[in-house]
Design a protein around this ligand. Sequence first.
Ligand code: T1G
Ligand code: NAD
Length: 708
Amino acid sequence: MTDLVQLTKTDGIAVVTINNPPVNALSAAVSAGIAAALAQIEKDDSVKGVVFIGAGRTFVAGADIKEFGGLTSGKIICRESLKPLLMRIEDLGRPVVMAIHGTAFGGGLELAMAGHYRIALSRAQVGQPEVKLGIIPGAAGTQRLPRLAGVAKAVEMCAEGAPVKAEDALKSGILDRLVEDDLLAAAIAFAKEVAAKRAPKTRERNDKRGTPEQNAAILAAARETARKKQRGLLAPLAAIDAVEAATKLPFEEGCKKEEELFTKCLFSDQAKSLIHAFFGEREVAKIPDVPKETPILPVNSVGVVGAGTMGGGIAMVFANAGIPVLLKETDQAALDRGIANIRKTYANSLKRGRFTQQFVDERLKLIRTTLDYEEFAHVDMVIEAVFENMALKKEVFSELERVCKPGAILASNTSSLNIDEIASATSRPLSVIGTHFFSPANVMRLLEIVRGAATSKEVIATCMQFSKKLGKVGVLVGNCMGFVGNRMFGPYRREAQFLVEEGASIEAVDNALYEFGMAMGPLATGDLAGLDVGWRIRKENPHLQKAGLRRAFIEDRLCELGRFGQKTGAGWYKYDENRKPSPDPQLAGLIRQWTAEAGIPQRQISADEIVDRCIYTLVNEGARLLEEGIALRSVDIDIIYLNGYGFPAYRGGPMWYADTVGLKKVCERIREFQQRLGNWWEPAPLLQRLSEQGKTFAEFSSRQGAAA
Ligand code: T1G
Ligand code: NAD
């Protein structure tokens, strides 16, 4: 036996233990270990039953995703399919009980379904999350699952990829039994109990495959949902096609159809991008100069200053994680307004079934209010979320300096201001850090963590670690105006304005980016966040406007008319009482007048040009941030844009997308824009260098990482 797969025997029951930390991924070596165990069992008649179980914290979390790279890069010629191995388990001639704890995901659930019985701990989860990686189940999951759980459940699990709790899996027929603990003993007892019975093979079950009429309705509804909810994604539709094959074809032929669809997905750019995003989310948690063993500070109580749009949402994030929050405002009316918004948001989540009443009641109890800084004396951390004004923020931090205990973390939710200058209002810059949540803070997954020049490694490590506890993706960035996300977003939205000034319609610009896969077009996004936020920053910082470079003017004109966006009922679009946008023909006329006065020639602009100009602006600024070291790796920029700015995950993020297009082509296009549109388009030095060297941003980052 190998270390990865151990075989033991108890009272005639063989126990196969998979031990491939951290998540028992079904690597080629694990498959070989299982095959070796089966070979032993097949020739041992004293074995009356078999139990499969995972060592450590989980059953099997799927095939080893790391091995896919070898396949799609051509390093590994053919894929050792798991299917024959699973058939061998199903045909073992003795009952096989799969004992599940933690997660049985992807190939892990496919392995489990090749067994004859499945027993699980009640807090376990099962699922076919492959579509989140841009692929589909590739080891007969789309063929066995509909036979076990029915077509509707199988199509939902394979097309949406969401985990299924054990209780629900029991109801669906995926699991046969649940236990609270002592899983191995319960599984061995189960195996003994069924040893004399004929082992039911999942692949031979047909009672849940439904009728063509029933299935047609289910499949049509699933395709419509996939097109709406997973816009632009190939894999969900491929997964539905594979499950459909299970309703129509014999098992083996269904498996062939699945293999064809699986391979097509695996070699797609979408799969490469989504797998990049999967590992990227784990990579960004690793900070080269902050070792894993850096001491973590306690964060068992938090204070929040300002109960506005962000303060209220941030308070909910901590309360939802079970951490008591003290919320401060300037006066009672503002406090009442803040709490009322929090209650309203919870009520909406309740209505949508996201939380239970009990959960909401408990969370609201964790949020206390105050008008007095003194009460912050005992909290472990304070997050400031007052107006975006440096003088006000420094005033707040000098108060926090006065009242907070030594070692308390002092954080600012500023979306653009200099963290070191804010820290200068205290004598403890070691404890000052930026924690930039995104609106709505209780929904958006991104947490941009901004290290100041003096921020301690303990404070950084603590914020990186608790971001996961808050259900956020924490990305560490350096301190500069707008940090990474907003510093790139500014030029992106400026380019969108330029395109309108040159003749593109508002709808054309937004639709082009929407079709590219952005969650929302750049102009509509401005209306959502409030056009006045940028307007105030531009007015307060005229020095930011680079001399001799073109200045976008439409949004300033809109704000002078009081058109701040959704919050004032009009911005680039008009909004009804439900904030539903509609084009404003009057504004289109006004813009034509303004551009005529400015003498800007009008022309037809293609959707391709719109996309290239907006996306390549992101890439160009991203390259500068990478070279300045404000962003640690190109993947950090990608993860920021996937989780904070609605960039399509199936394109991997702006830097990965540029690598996919090819930096030479991107750089040539940027130079062409520079020729035509001016020096906002000067290619970033790093981009030029890498395109000349035929290298990628990913390679640059890994080299940086290696050098660090
Ligand atoms: N393969 C390789 N590495 C994996 C992995 C996998 N399937 N799953 C996790 N890891 C690594 C991860 O990169 C990290 O590494 C460490 O394990 C801990 O993970 C044939 C084709 C199970 C819920 O999509 O959802 O089966 O950063 O930080 O938060 O049909 O990991 O420490 O170096 O995420 O506790 C389908 C993917 C595969 C599940 C645990 N399976 N994994 O979450 O830990 S495709 C999945 C997860 C497939 C078959 C097809 C989560 C988790 P490092 P972690 P966690
Ligand atoms: P907001 O105007 O909605 O709320 C600010 C709140 O701070 C107001 O309720 C105000 O009464 C309160 N306040 C002001 N001075 C105070 C003081 N001394 N003590 C206590 N409370 C005080 O603003 P917002 O949109 O929540 O932004 C807050 C911060 O978060 C800003 O720095 C902003 O740049 C940043 N931010 C905003 C967004 C967004 O999309 N709105 C996103 C990320 C970050």
